[in-house]
Design a binder for this molecule. Structure first.
Ligand SMILES: *Cc1c(COP(=O)(O)O)cnc(C)c1O
Length: 422
C-alpha cells in the first residue's frame, strides 16, 4: 500500500497551499488527547489545538459518547420550519454564557460564514430601518475569513489580489494602544458625522492571524462605546478567542461595552465537526422582525444547526464549565507566565505577550511571513515531536486545556532549542 502522503498528491488540493512549493503533506492517522500520530509511527504534541478547535483534547470520550448517542436518534433535519432538542438546548446554554445583552442565535458552518452573517446582519439592520449606511469599519491586520464579505473586512490582504475589486466598502482603523487611542477617537468623531458606517468588526484582545497581536481592553472599549453611541453595530469576531482561551469564556467579558453581534466557531464544537454561531441582541433581531417577508434574514446553509454538531457543542460547553477544566486553564496561564519570565531574557527574543492560555513571542530577526527561517523553525518543532506553526518570526502556543505539565515543558524546551538555530 502506498503511503498517504503519496496518494494525496494525485487528486487533493489543500487549503492555503502553493502545491509547487509545498508538495509534501504529512499523513496523520490518529489523534488522542493532545497528541497527533503520523503514518510513520511518530507522535506530535498538538501545540495549537489543530487551529484552536480541540480545546478539550482530540477524540474526547465525553464528547464522542454524547455525539454517538445523538447519532442514532436524529442525524440531520432541515432547520427552516423545523427545530430540534440539540439546537434548543445549545441556544439556551450559549445565551446563558454569552454577554448578557445577547438574545438570539443564528447557526452556520464555519468562522467565515459566521462573520459573513454578522456583516449581513449589520448592513441589513440599517437597510431595514431605512438608513443609508454602506461602509464597514475594521482593524488593520484583522482576519475574519476567506469568503467575500469576510475577505473584504480582513486587513491581511497579501493573498487577496485577484478579488479586491469585488470587495464591499471597508475602511480601516489602527488597533488601539496607549499612544494612538486619542488620535483614533478624534478621527472617528469626525468620520462618524457622515452617518454612513453600518458596523465595526473586530477581533477582541487578540488578533490571531496577525501573529497573535494583543491589545488592551481599555482602548477597545473606548472605540466600541463611541461607535455604539453613533448607532454603529459592533461585531465581535470571537471565532478564535471564544470558549475560555483568554481566561474567561469570551474576550468580550473583559470589555465593558458589549457587542451587538458575536461570531463564534473553531472551539465551539470542540474540534469534532464544523459549525458556527452568529449571536445578536434583541435590538438587532427586532429590526428584522416584521410583517414584510423581505425584512427577514434570508441567509441559510443546508447543514444549519446540524444536531450532531449542536450536541458536540453542548458537550464542549459542559466540559469547559467543569472545575477541572477551569483549573487546567489557570494552571496553563501560570506555566506560561513562568516560561515568559525566563524566555524573554534570551537575546534572540524581541518581545513576549500572553492573554489567557495564548502565549506568543517575536524573534528579533527580520523575515518574511512564510520565509525560510519560519520553515526551519517548523521543521525543528516537528523533528522534536511538537506541532507548532510559527507565523513569520512569531512563535505561539495555544494548546488544549488538558495538556499536561510535562507536555507543556516539552513545548517550552523545544522552543528554547529552536532559538539556537535562528
Ligand atoms: C479562523 C478564523 C476565521 C475563519 O474561520 P474559518 O472556519 O476558517 O472559516 C474568522 N475569524 C477569526 C478571528 C478566525 O480566527
Amino acid at each position: 500500500m502506498k503511503k498517504l502522503s503519496e496518494r494525496d498528491k494525485k487528486h487533493l488540493w489543500h487549503p492555503l497551499t502553493q502545491h509547487k512549493l509545498q508538495p509534501e503533506m504529512l499523513g496523520i492517522t490518529k489523534a488522542k488527547g493532545c497528541v497527533l500520530y503520523d503514518e510513520n509511527g511518530r507522535e506530535y504534541i498538538d501545540g495549537i489545538s489543530s487551529w484552536y478547535t480541540c480545546m478539550y483534547g482530540h477524540c474526547n470520550d465525553y464528547i464522542l459518547d454524547s455525539v454517538k448517542s445523538q447519532m442514532s436518534v436524529l442525524d440531520q433535519v432541515v432547520f427552516s420550519g423545523f427545530t430540534h432538542l440539540p439546537a434548543v438546548e445549545l441556544s439556551e446554554a450559549l445565551i446563558k454564557m454569552l454577554p448578557e445583552n445577547q438574545q438570539k442565535i443564528f447557526f452556520s458552518d464555519n468562522g467565515s460564514t459566521a462573520t459573513e452573517i454578522g456583516i449581513k446582519m449589520a448592513l441589513q439592520y440599517h437597510f431595514n430601518k431605512g438608513n443609508k449606511r454602506n461602509v464597514l469599519l475594521a482593524f488593520e491586520e484583522g482576519f475574519h475569513g476567506d469568503t467575500f464579505g469576510a475577505m473584504s473586512v480582513s486587513g491581511l490582504s497579501v493573498y487577496n489580489g485577484p478579488f479586491e475589486e469585488y470587495f464591499i466598502n471597508v475602511e480601516r482603523i489602527a488597533v488601539p494602544d496607549a499612544d494612538n487611542i486619542g488620535e483614533i477617537l478624534t478621527y472617528l468623531n469626525k468620520r462618524l458625522e457622515k452617518k454612513d458606517i453600518a458596523g465595526f468588526i473586530y477581533e477582541p484582545l487578540v488578533q490571531g492571524a496577525a501573529a497573535m497581536k494583543m491589545h488592551s481592553a481599555e482602548g477597545l472599549d473606548k472605540i466600541l462605546a463611541l461607535l455604539q453611541s453613533h448607532d454603529v453595530l459592533n461585531i465581535a469576531d470571537e471565532v478564535m478567542t471564544g470558549f475560555g482561551k483568554t481566561g474567561k469564556d469570551f474576550a468580550s467579558d473583559y470589555i465593558a461595552t458589549k457587542p451587538d453581534i458575536i461570531c463564534l466557531s473553531k472551539a465551539l464544537t470542540a474540534g469534532l465537526m464544523p459549525m458556527a454561531v452568529t449571536s445578536c441582541t434583541q435590538m438587532v433581531y427586532d429590526a428584522f422582525y416584521s410583517d414584510e417577508l423581505a425584512k427577514g434574514l434570508f441567509h441559510g446553509h443546508t447543514y444549519t444547526a446540524n444536531p450532531l454538531a449542536c450536541t458536540a457543542a453542548l458537550a464542549g460547553i459542559q466540559l469547559l464549565h467543569t472545575q477541572e477544566m477551569q483549573n487546567n486553564i489557570a494552571r496553563i496561564i501560570k506555566s506560561h507566565q513562568d516560561f515568559e519570565k525566563e524566555i524573554k531574557k534570551h537575546p534572540r527574543v524581541a518581545a513576549t505577550r500572553q492573554c489567557g492560555i495564548i502565549f506568543a513571542m517575536d524573534l528579533n530577526t527580520q523575515m518574511e511571513r512564510y520565509g525560510s527561517l519560519r520553515d526551519r523553525m517548523f521543521k525543528h518543532f516537528m523533528d522534536n515531536g511538537v506541532f507548532l506553526r510559527p507565523l513569520g518570526n512569531t512563535i505561539y502556543i495555544l494548546a488544549p486545556y488538558i495538556i499536561t505539565e510535562e507536555q507543556l515543558l516539552r513545548i517550552y524546551s523545544t522552543i528554547e532549542t529552536c532559538l539556537d538555530i535562528v
